[in-house]
Write a protein that binds this ligand. Structure first.
Ligand code: GAP
Length: 503
């Protein structure tokens, strides 16, 4: 047996290796690459779009069809009336503090600049100093104390990574929304044809709250889920698909009776963590991070962080958004956003009556989930056979395998005829015809079986079957399991069931 040693590259190299792997195997390409790409914009290729779609489907099914709560889905437009963003607070508050280096002209997000400096301190063994710095940064950010933050940058002589100087501008706020123009006026205000590309999908849910509630005859508590594109003019967009200017969110707004939001917030924290674990993602790679500085709409908020190869980073947000958004839309649109609750309040013996519901939001970045899944799955394995006692030489071998959860794998079954002749391709074709209505199959007849297995490992295909001459005799094939590389002989008739069992 080959020795199956895991030889993981150091984290930085692992991240680079994953980026290269995504490009080489058709998962992710830089956008418009023939024109040298567009910063922080990416295209999903033939394998990536399948994996991404499978993540979406898994989320959608568990958040709607399988949820214990009553949750329905919608698909709202990206463009919304501009007043939406005034009401939501994004026009006035969706800002990041930025600082520019006067020599290199490079712009930094202030928290990123300080975090990188703290990471460098930690790398030098000064963990306590780094932790203290980050704690005071959080406090200063929470107070929007730009003078204090600037002093921190100056006192610590934080340098620009390009010019290596400390020649900084003052700190300024920068709005993250992209805007564009409609051909006609959309409002009575100045600049009346300006519309925004939505920076979050949530507002499409809020403005449709009563449409959905009334037409669906939904009773509180209930949820509305949505998957869709969001756009943010990230100043420091980097780290591959972790921070992009165009990305996808999978969001769910859960409408509850005022006063019950704390209880639902805790429930959704637990439920969302269980969702990640249900995919086989290890609990040790996750943690909660409570927000110190709450967004303008929240009374409690936390991130679910995952340990990416670049460290623990935000993957999902759980926010107790109060009744802020619905109140604001009621005020700006002058349309009632109230719900009538005819359940009896046990304290008064009367119906709860009219109120604006409170909202718990779960918001996960689809692209970040993609990155988490692929980072978790990526393994470089050394399969070399040591030199034998009988004098045989060491046999070098290795593989890259994506140990994707089968339900997410782009291809579930590869069907490989041993040769291109003797009627073996026709049998392979029959297997594909029988299986393809149920899951994605792949046919490959080129190269040696060993090379074809390696290619399927790199794509994360959980099963390969080889059709050989024995198949013609007894209607059996060899099935090879991706993770263990074990092989067994099974009847063709059992293939569908074997593959479906893992989905
Ligand atoms: N509706 C709430 C909201 O948008 P958020 O924390 O700003 O909250 C939610 O974003 C999630 O969207 C994040 O946890 C992250 O996974 C993802 N996300 C945010 N900005 C992103 C970006 N520039 N690129 C990729 N994903 C992003």
């Amino acid at each position: 047996m080959a020795k199956n040693k895991q030889k993981q590259p150091p984290t930085d190299n692992k991240f680079q290796a994953i980026i290269s792997h995504c490009k080489e195997y058709g998962f992710i390409f830089p956008s418009s690459e023939i024109y040298d790409g567009l910063q922080a914009v990416y295209d999903y290729g033939q394998m990536g779009s399948e994996l991404k779609k499978n993540i979406k489907d898994y989320w959608w099914k568990s958040m709607t069809q399988l949820a214990d709560e009553n949750i329905v889905g919608i698909d709202a437009a990206i463009f919304m009336h501009p007043t939406t963003w005034k009401a939501s607070g994004h026009v006035d508050n969706f800002n990041d503090p930025m600082i520019d280096n006067k020599d290199s002209k490079k712009r930094y997000r202030v928290d990123h600049l300080i975090e990188e400096y703290a990471a460098a301190l930690s790398a030098e063994g000064k963990e306590n100093e780094a932790a203290a710095l980050l704690a005071s940064m959080e406090t200063l950010l929470a107070k929007d104390d730009f003078t204090g933050l600037k002093k921190m940058i100056d006192d610590n002589k934080m340098q620009c990574a390009v010019s290596h100087t400390c020649n900084w501008t003052e700190i300024r706020q920068f709005n993250l929304m992209f805007s564009t123009e409609f051909g006609t006026a959309v409002s009575s205000e100045e600049g009346n044809n300006i519309v925004y590309l939505r920076p979050e999908t949530a507002q499409g849910i809020f403005v449709n709250f009563l449409n959905v509630q009334k037409t669906g005859r939904l009773k509180i508590p209930f949820g509305i889920a949505q998957i869709g594109k969001a756009f943010r003019n990230e100043i420091v967009a980097r780290q591959f698909v972790f921070r992009m200017r165009e990305f996808e969110q999978m969001e769910m707004q859960f409408f509850v009776r005022p006063g019950t939001q704390k209880e639902w917030y805790e429930k959704w924290k637990a439920k969302r963590m269980q969702w990640h674990e249900s995919l086989g993602m290890p609990a040790a790679k996750y943690r909660f991070h409570d927000h110190v500085k709450l967004a303008h709409y929240a009374d409690a908020a936390c991130d679910i962080e995952y340990e990416f190869p670049i460290g623990f980073k935000e993957l999902e947000g759980i926010h107790s958004r109060t009744d802020f958004d619905l109140q604001q839309h009621q005020q700006y649109s002058k349309k009632k956003m109230q719900y009538f609750d005819n359940d009896l309040n046990p304290e008064t013996g009367k119906p709860y009556g009219n109120y604006i519901p409170y909202v718990i939001e779960t918001s996960i970045g689809l692209d970040r989930m993609f990155l988490a899944v692929i980072s978790q799955a990526y393994e470089e394995q050394d399969l070399s056979l040591p030199a034998g006692e009988a004098g045989t030489e060491e046999k070098k071998d290795s593989r890259v395998v994506l140990k994707l959860p089968p339900v997410l794998a782009p291809i579930k079954l590869a069907v490989l005829p041993l040769t291109k002749k003797d009627g073996l391709p026709a049998i392979a074709e029959e297997i594909i015809q029988a299986c393809k209505p149920h899951f994605r199959c792949f046919y490959e007849e080129k190269d040696s079986i060993g090379k074809r297995y390696r290619r399927m490992d790199a794509l994360g295909t959980p099963y390969c079957v080889t059709v050989d001459h024995q198949t013609k005799e007894d209607q059996t094939v060899t099935i090879r399991h991706r993770d263990s590389m074990e092989q067994e002989r099974v009847p063709i008739d059992s293939l569908r069931e074997i593959v479906m069992a893992g989905l």
